[in-house]
Design a protein around this ligand. Structure first.
Ligand code: AKG
Ligand code: FE2
Length: 268
């Protein structure tokens, strides 16, 4: 195993610190949700009739396109509001639905503890400064988006990408946590490119010239998520998900913002 990947059977403070300090690039907690439950949870999300198709905004040499890559989601992501004014429909939709969606996802899992709520509690308990739902614009954010990726249609490899809030949000570091409830037998792997997390300027450049950057990336570290695994990465480091032709991929995700001596900030 590559020593940039730390694999464990329980989430612990030391491993979290190592991830946040960039001593390891990938933290894999196997069986964070136990097998039986994971399958049940995957079905709960998969059979929800409130999933919405998601269109990725991609850009190459200044040209922007919306692509459907087979991903449906439950919950609205903050990135849909980027570049939109305060009173735009996108911002209103995001904030109006943030807390109701958190509650709704909790209800979907009732009478079980929602895996994303468990993660929030674990992070709060394990991280020295605790963990909270972020309030970037003085309003509570959403946390725990559910993603379902189908194997049908001509699903493409999701190109390497980075996720980074714009600099005005003052986050020193940005990570994501994904809890995989259902994974395809082959493929749907997470690829992390072992390089320095990108600076704000590099993130802009990456987003404007994805193809050029992608052609220059080092060989990726490949991690196969299994049902029930939790995986944390620094999302300012380019990463991708490989395609698959059989099964369904269901995950719950949150971003984690890290600022020195502050509680972790969680949002989607
Ligand atoms: O679905 C995955 O494995 C990775 C999702 C992702 O790109 C992220 O969490 O930033
Ligand atoms: Fe990502």
């Amino acid at each position: 195993m590559n020593n940039l990947v730390f694999e464990t059977s329980s989430l612990e403070s030391k491993a979290l610190e190592a991830l946040f300090n960039d001593e390891i690039y990938v933290l894999v907690v196997r069986n964070y949700v136990r097998g039986e439950l994971s399958r049940k949870y995957g079905e709960i999300i998969f059979s929800s009739d409130e999933l919405e198709k998601y269109y990725y905004e991609v850009s190459d040499s200044g040209e922007r396109k919306s692509l459907f890559l087979g991903v449906s989601r439950y919950g609205v992501s903050f990135s849909t509001t980027f570049g939109r004014p305060e009173n735009s429909p996108e911002k209103q939709k995001y904030y109006i639905s943030a807390l109701p969606n958190i509650t709704r996802i909790r209800e979907l899992f009732d009478p079980y503890l929602s895996p994303i709520d468990k993660l929030r509690l674990d992070l709060d308990e394990l991280y020295v400064h605790g963990a909270n739902i972020a309030q970037f614009e003085n309003k509570k954010m959403f946390c725990g988006i559910a993603r379902v990726t189908h194997c049908d249609l001509d699903l493409q490899e999701r190109n390497p990408h980075v996720d980074s809030l714009p600099p005005e949000f003052f986050l020193q570091r940005q990570f994501s946590a994904n809890i995989y409830l259902s994974t395809p037998p082959v493929g749907g792997d997470l690829i992390v490119y072992p390089m320095k997390p990108l600076s704000a300027q590099e993130v802009d450049d990456f987003e404007a010239n994805q193809k050029l950057w992608s052609s220059k990336l080092p060989e990726g570290i490949r991690i196969k998520p299994n049902n029930g695994d939790l995986i944390l990465i620094n999302t300012r480091r380019p990463h991708a998900v490989t395609k698959f032709t059989d099964g369904t991929r269901v995950s719950l995700q949150t971003f984690i913002g890290v600022n020195e001596n502050r509680p972790l900030q969680l949002w989607c």
